[in-house]
Design a protein around this ligand. Structure first.
Ligand code: CTP
Length: 399
């Protein structure tokens, strides 16, 4: 979901994790959302109303009987909301929502809400695991609320268990996924990302600068659209995307083994990885020592399997195959040649050397070329946005 101008209603309850929700408001605002906060009485023991007022740039509702607008502000908030998030959701609000109790500003407002609701429980692990709390959460899930599982870790009460409020960025990612149109439902999406590394000896290897960012964003985007996503990844320093099957590999051969097997049943295959085209002919079983290198360090290479080309040869007409190409010159010609040679339905090409675009950046400048000869040129934009557009285009083409 693009949060630009979306009205997010945020219910804050009385738990220590309320302090994390300040950051949630800041991040949502940064993404263009209008945020309205309702605080319960106990939430105000943890974070002051003024903090949320300043961060949201809106009046915070705490008491139904102190409101303006003839006492109907809570109804307006409920009907204007595009989505509601309750974080931290205490055992108390969970019980009230499950039974329909309306005895304060938040619980009363919630009875008038028709928008999708995400509940983020956070509490002591024994409380969270309590049968009544779990039963109430089941009621909410069955009613169509999205309950975000709390994290495992050290809690404020010094107990280690399940009950931590997840990081604000993770909450936003899951909200984004919850609200997205599920137009990839029942589709198997296979993605490769990152570099491959090719061993020279037990301590040395050759590789490339790929960060994996583009492929990981595509995996996130496909997952939030309801796809069953498998991500075959070379070594990267990125968080694993939620709800995605992640297969970590190192070499091209390992990537090939995993991709070729899964490609048989995938509906969509997106090959983003920067695969090493060559590997050392012989991998030394022991560390190569300087004293043994009389004529300098000379490595003989042999060609790696072209995974994309191999998949292109076996793909069926119902499978949609996407390749990537980073080019220094003749972008269109080289990319289209690769699309033809590898039997692709589409290729995403980006020029190397454009400021702000490239392996390690969060932004990229891409062009899409399609098998039918059509093309699209995009301005420099976030890799996340490129991922969403790519999935849009694939969905439109697979029908
Ligand atoms: N690719 C692959 N296996 C390889 C090499 C590349 O699957 N051994 C895939 C990449 O994942 C990418 C596409 O092929 O989707 C294009 O990769 P690129 O390195 O640009 O093209 P090459 O075919 O290797 O051609 P060159 O390096 O000569 O430009």
């Amino acid at each position: 979901m693009n949060f630009e101008n979306k009205n997010i209603l945020l219910g804050v309850c009385g738990g220590i994790a309320a302090y994390k929700v300040c950051e949630l408001v800041r991040l949502l605002k940064k993404q263009g959302a209008n945020v309205n906060v309702i605080m319960t009485k106990s939430a105000q023991y943890f974070v002051g109303k003024t903090t949320f007022q300043v961060l949201s740039e809106q009046k915070v509702l705490t008491d139904l009987f102190e409101e303006d607008s003839l006492g109907i502000q809570h109804i307006e908030l409920a009907s204007n909301a595009d989505a509601v998030v309750i974080a931290p959701a205490t055992a108390n609000i969970i019980a009230k929502l499950a039974t329909g109790i309306a005895d304060d500003a938040l619980s009363t407002t919630m009875l008038a809400v028709r928008a999708p609701v995400m509940i983020c429980p956070a509490m002591n692990s024994d409380m969270y695991e309590n049968l009544r709390v779990q039963r109430n959460l089941d009621v909410l899930t069955n009613d169509g609320f999205y309950v975000l599982e709390p994290d495992f870790g050290e809690l404020a009460c010094k107990v280690t268990g399940t009950g931590r409020l997840p990081d604000p960025q993770y909450i936003i990612d899951r909200l984004d996924s919850f609200l997205a149109v599920k137009d990839l439902k029942n589709k198997k999406v296979l993605i490769s990302a990152g570099p491959t590394i090719e061993a020279i000896d037990p301590v040395r290897y050759i590789s490339n600068h790929s960060s994996g960012k583009m492929g990981y964003e595509i995996a996130r985007s496909a997952e939030k659209r309801g796809g069953e996503v498998t991500l075959v990844s070379g070594p990267v320093s990125l968080d694993s995307p939620a709800n995605v099957e992640l297969i970590n590999i190192e070499s091209c051969d390992q990537m090939a083994e995993n991709m070729l097997e899964r490609a048989k049943t995938a509906d969509i295959i997106i090959k983003v990885a920067a695969v090493a085209d060559y590997k050392p002919t012989d991998v030394a079983s022991e560390k190569i020592k300087k004293k043994d290198l009389k004529n300098g360090f000379n490595i003989a290479f042999k060609e790696n399997i072209d995974i994309l080309k191999t998949i292109g040869k076996i793909k069926t007409k119902n499978q949609f195959l996407v390749g990537f190409a980073a080019e220094t010159d003749d972008l269109e010609k080289n990319a289209c040649l690769k699309m033809e040679n590898k039997n692709l339905d589409m290729i995403v090409a980006n020029p190397i050397g454009v400021p702000g675009a490239g392996f390690k950046e969060d932004t990229n400048k891409v062009q899409f070329f399609y098998k039918d000869g059509s093309k699209e040129d995009f301005a420099l934009m976030e890799k996340k946005a490129i991922a969403d557009i790519l999935i849009d285009r694939i969905v439109a083409r697979i029908g």
